[in-house]
Design a protein around this ligand. Structure first.
Ligand code: UD1
Length: 394
């Protein structure tokens, strides 16, 4: 018996995470047919197309073309378009797999569950406990309505149990992003992106910044730009600029001065391989990205995080991250620690072993086989009993 599962991606980090799942489903569970749905939340070549190409992802089966928008507007557009697609899809998917914490994640989870189609959340349970972050709201809501919760680090399971989720609905599958990293590292290193940019391997800082809390607030963004120039006096800086950050820097007149700063290499958003090529031979990463925090720990590269909290605490407890918020004085002290070899040594967390995709495929297979968990879950059962929709999931 074949089963159909819609696998939703929308934004840059999702593209990276879905590859190992599709590959493992293909080899381990050929009876499960994935339908790849791209919402179009990210649409530029640099933010989307390039990732499909480099990671050899199949072309999406469905493209919803939602584009950018305000938070609510974007979520609403995705929800509406995904529901419309689900209503008309033949065969109708028996489950929706959503990944991470972006607007596409919560919107498709909600559309799916309202149609009685169960949701599987990959990278469930992560919590920053900071509801001012759009991603935290997305995480909490998605987990609340998901039927199978696949977690990447132990805190995920603890948080979900604390929120009253059944242990039987949780699987510790590990970190699929690190599967990709391990696979692609030799190719990324061969690219020698640092050499191409004239950066000394092992002696430069990779800096990224895109969180609304950091880039939408003019004084904070200004402070980071000053700090970047200070860091550049110690180590050359590679700064790939997210479109949101570029727009804010331009609006504040900060972009041109940065471009003129000789030891700051201002770059377009990087493809996956180019970014890994740089991160793997950086002396130091300064970032507000959750994904890069995890990659830095897997690569054992020091990572100074421009946030005061993290939904990935294992990268601080066991890995190479230190949380700094917007304290740029401390940032410079830590940069000195790194340069002088005094910074802590972190290690790659357990289950970040390159086999997470296989564990995810196994968990999905079990889910369809009905082992230990009702395929529809409570929400789906209620909706199905109310006669709203008949699904093939039972
Ligand atoms: C989104 C995710 C964030 C993730 C990040 C990775 C949410 C709430 N946030 O943030 O968790 O870390 O992706 O990049 O889902 N833009 C382009 N081209 C594109 C896409 C966006 O130029 O292909 C510009 C648009 O001006 C847009 C802005 O970037 O308004 C922000 O894009 P959006 O998808 O809203 O959020 P991100 O900041 O990228």
């Amino acid at each position: 018996m074949t089963h159909t599962i819609a696998c939703v991606v929308g934004a840059r980090p999702n593209f990276v995470k879905i590859g190992p799942v599709l590959a493992a489903l293909r080899t381990q569970a050929p009876e499960i047919q994935p339908v790849l749905v791209h919402t179009g939340q990210h649409y530029d070549t640099a933010m989307s197309g390039c990732f499909f190409h480099q990671l050899r992802l199949p072309d999406p089966d469905v493209y919803l073309k939602v584009g950018s928008g305000r938070q609510g507007e974007q979520v609403a557009k995705i929800l509406w378009k995904y529901e419309y697609w689900l209503v008309n899809a033949r065969p109708r998917p028996e489950a929706t797999l959503v990944v991470g914490d972006v607007n596409s994640t919560v919107a498709c989870a909600l559309a799916s569950v309202k149609m009685g189609i169960p949701v599987i959340h990959l990278e469930a349970g992560l919590r920053s406990f900071d509801r001012s972050m759009p991603e935290e709201v997305n995480r909490v809501l998605t987990d609340a309505i998901s039927h199978l919760l696949l977690v990447s680090e132990p805190s995920g399971r603890e948080n979900l149990l604390h929120e009253g989720k059944q242990d039987s609905a949780i699987r510790c599958t590990g970190n699929v992003m690190i599967d990709v990293l391990r696979n692609q590292l030799p190719f990324a290193q061969r690219l020698n992106q640092a050499g191409k940019l004239g950066l000394p391997s092992g002696r430069f800082c990779l800096w990224t910044l895109h969180r609304p809390a950091n880039v939408d607030d003019a004084p904070i963004l200004n402070k980071f730009v000053v700090a970047m120039q200070d860091v550049a006096r110690r180590l050359p800086v590679a700064f790939p600029v997210h479109p949101r950050t570029r727009d804010r820097l331009r609006a504040l007149g900060l972009f041109e001065p940065l471009i003129r700063c000789p030891r700051v290499h201002v770059l377009e958003p990087l493809g996956y391989l180019e970014c890994l090529s740089l991160s793997s031979c950086a002396k130091l990463i300064v970032t507000d990205s959750g994904g890069l925090q995890e990659e830095a720990s897997a690569l054992e590269v020091p990572c100074l995080v421009l946030r005061s909290n993290t939904e990935r605490p294992i990268t601080v407890a066991e890995g190479t991250s230190t949380l700094l918020g917007s304290d740029t004085r401390q940032l410079l002290e830590f940069v000195d620690e790194v340069c002088q070899g005094r910074y802590k040594h972190g290690r790659c967390p357990q289950l970040w072993d390159g086999k997470a995709g296989q564990r995810v495929a196994h968990a999905i297979k079990e889910f369809f086989a009905g082992a230990g968990i009702s395929p529809l879950g409570r929400v789906g059962e209620e909706i199905a009993q109310a006669g709203y929709i008949a699904t093939g999931a039972r």
